[in-house]
Design a binder for this molecule. Structure first.
Ligand code: SAM
Length: 218
């Protein structure tokens, strides 16, 4: 079934401008920029708010949650250095936009959301847009053990600490990208798993995410 929304020159032009803006802000990975240039972000918005879809802002998606700012999506995806076929676990499906970007750059996507309404909405929307992902409902702070290990893990909500379980579900050579901090601001942390119990950790820029809520989180 074709998706009911349209994607015409107006939206395509706005998308091109957004890509230029992200490039100016420092995003360099052409695969990521191409993905953002291709995915109709307005499909994730109520039609009343389409004008907001190509601004570089986070926006409410219901249930007190947000679709992440395009810059943040691009920044986190770039840090993952995804290779075609990488098994990527996303914690915090939300709107599904980040999952589409991951799929577009070649990932095999496993994504988990704790809010049932968002989970239902997104697992219906993405296939209609032509995107494949494996959808799970539950507490992603514990990861998804049944499908581990993963090449990459991305957390799209702010965590108080790095959940050990996520590190244990990462392959050696794999990367975790997670915002860590308090409720007001978090620093983006990348952790490269270099051995069974060895990690290389980098603390990067500051962001503001909705909280990661769960057993190994807030
Ligand atoms: N990746 C999303 C997107 O592209 O729209 C961003 C969504 S929002 C910034 C973060 C999401 O994480 C929210 O939908 C929230 O319900 C979800 N979340 C928070 N804690 C969670 C947990 N423990 N497990 C799974 N999802 C969680």
């Amino acid at each position: 079934m074709a998706y009911k929304y349209v994607d015409n020159y107006r939206e395509q032009g706005a998308r091109k401008k957004l890509v230029d803006e992200l490039r100016k802000k420092g995003i360099e990975d052409e695969n990521v920029l191409q993905a953002i240039g291709k995915i109709p972000r307005h499909y994730f918005f109520d039609e009343t708010f389409w004008k907001q879809a190509y601004k570089d802002i986070a926006f409410p998606i219901g249930e007190g949650q947000t679709i992440s700012q395009p810059y943040t999506v691009a920044y986190q995806t770039e840090l993952l250095h995804i290779k075609k076929g990488d098994r990527v676990l996303e914690i915090g499906t939300g709107s599904g936009y980040q999952a589409c970007v991951l799929a577009e750059v070649g990932a095999k996507v496993f994504t988990i959301e704790r809010q049932e309404k968002l989970y239902e909405r997104t697992r219906n929307l993405l296939p209609r847009m032509g995107y494949k992902a494996h959808f799970f409902l539950g507490d992603g702070s514990k990861g998804i053990a049944s499908h581990a290990p993963y090449d990459k893990i991305i957390v799209t909500a702010g965590a108080p600490t790095v959940p050990e379980t996520l590190l244990s579900q990462l392959k050696i050579g794999g990367t975790l990208v997670i915002p860590v901090g308090d409720e007001r601001s978090q620093q983006m942390v990348t952790i490269l798993k270099t051995g069974e119990n060895d990690y290389e950790r980098h603390v990067l820029d500051t962001f503001r995410f909705v909280p990661l809520v769960g057993e190994r989180a807030w």
